[in-house]
Design a protein around this ligand. Structure first.
Ligand code: ADP
Ligand code: MG
Length: 398
């Protein structure tokens, strides 16, 4: 890896590590409803405190837009975090200036402090050099453990990395390793699955993937646009007809780059957008009325996909193959997910997935823990899949 990790630092005793984490947790009435993001930070915090470092945690919460908004304070994180750590966490009412300085001066070696929401200062999102300098003044080294915030060039994710010796934290390292195994340096043959609703939201993703993968299955609503572009009737399905030429360009590009495209050969059709709506399964070119909508891929399409998956060593997946929220239109997504889980558990496949609805769909299929890695990073994961440089990652490169 082109970055330094916590294994590359030797003498940490009494040093202050500024650690950028993602504590943008779901909260209701000041109570955390899902503490996954706190748990994700624990290995880095423990590794540092075990080596006697003082840990100063930097994070954003919500969108206070550069102002102190009491309802967007990170203070409610202190108690649950100390419970998880089994170790007290000291609070600092600000992330720059005298308050955190005093807190950190008094913190014992191996102690942990959480600093108030970095986005209470406008300099965070504008990546103001003076604000970054004030952050850097508090620490001896910088650790970024927030991959999910790495697509933003903010002071605490990017600016400060240039001012202190900078390291990738443990969860950042895990995420980067997984992404590298999926797309950077994968074992071939590689297969991608891109689904979801619209082509327009995933153009950059599709363009990047067809240049890199051996095969790409296109599913979900966006498959309709491709099928329409190829001259198939899609009835009243979700379809971006104005993207016909773009879809054909992507297919041409895939052909030129040797990426085999898999599109549905059979479809599940219904007229009402609701669970258990009356539906039928039919071959792609069987007649469709203007009220018929394709909500899922059919069993033959799934069989094709699993055949290709069985012959692949690496799978990268973003976007469900159908309207998985409404059974039975979850069938193709769930079947593909279960097959990926089997192959992964058998050691035959490296399976990496990400995306808000994709995570929900894999959870729904009950296979989230059977994938090699599931990214909850959202925007950062998508930008990385699009082949874009992530400023927070680039700033760590030594
Ligand atoms: P992710 O959040 O994982 O990136 P997207 O947001 O792109 O995924 O897509 C998920 C959405 O796509 C889901 O809400 C799903 O219902 C919708 N979808 C999938 N297939 C279809 C389809 N055939 N018609 C309409 N919507 C679809
Ligand atoms: Mg989504």
């Amino acid at each position: 890896m082109p970055f330094k990790t916590l294994d590359d630092v030797s003498d940490l005793h009494g040093k202050t590590a500024l650690v950028r984490v993602d504590f943008n947790v779901p909260m209701e009435d000041g109570r955390i409803t899902d503490d996954t993001r706190l748990r994700v930070a624990l290995p880095t915090v423990r590794k540092l405190t075990d080596k006697g470092a003082k840990v100063a945690l930097l994070a954003h919460f919500d969108r206070p837009k550069g102002k102190r908004v009491p309802s967007m304070s990170l203070a409610p994180v202190v108690a649950p975090l100390s419970n998880l750590l089994g170790h007290p966490v000291t609070w600092s009412d600000d992330c720059i200036g005298d308050d955190p300085k005093t807190v950190l001066d008094h913190l014992p070696a191996g102690g942990v402090a959480l600093l108030e929401n970095v986005r209470f200062h406008a300099g965070e999102e504008s990546n103001d050099p003076e604000f970054a300098r004030q952050l850097a003044a508090l620490g001896d080294l910088y650790v970024n453990d927030a991959f999910s915030a790495a697509h933003r060039a903010h002071a605490s994710t990017e600016g400060v990395a240039h001012l202190l010796p900078a390291y990738a934290g443990e969860s950042m390292r895990r995420e980067l390793d997984a992404l590298d195994a999926a797309l950077g340096n994968p074992q071939r043959p590689t297969l991608g699955i891109v689904g979801g609703s619209k082509v327009s939201t995933k153009l950059d993703l599709l363009k990047n993937l067809v240049g890199k993968l051996d095969a790409l299955a296109i599913g979900g609503g966006m498959a309709n646009t491709f099928l329409f572009a190829q001259g198939h009737d899609v009835g009243g399905s979700l379809c971006e007809k104005d993207l016909k030429d773009t879809a054909l360009d992507i297919l041409k590009e895939a052909d030129a780059k040797g990426c085999k495209i898999l599109l549905p050969v059979d479809v599940v059709v219904a007229q009402e957008f609701k669970a258990n709506a009356p539906h039928r399964t039919q071959a792609l070119d069987a007649p469709l009325s203007a009220d018929d909508k394709i909500f899922d891929a059919g069993p033959q399409t799934v069989a094709h996909l699993t055949d290709v998956m069985a012959a692949s060593k690496t799978l990268i997946w973003n976007g469900p193959l159908g309207v998985f929220e409404l059974p039975p239109f979850d069938a193709a997504t769930t079947a593909a997910a279960k097959f990926a889980a089997l192959q992964t558990k058998a050691g035959k496949l490296v399976a990496v997935a990400g995306g808000g609805d994709t995570v929900a769909a894999l959870n729904h299929a009950g296979v989230i823990d059977d994938m090699t890695f599931v990214s909850t990073a959202g925007g950062a994961f998508l930008e990385w899949m699009e082949g874009k440089a992530l400023p927070g990652v680039a700033a760590l490169e030594s």
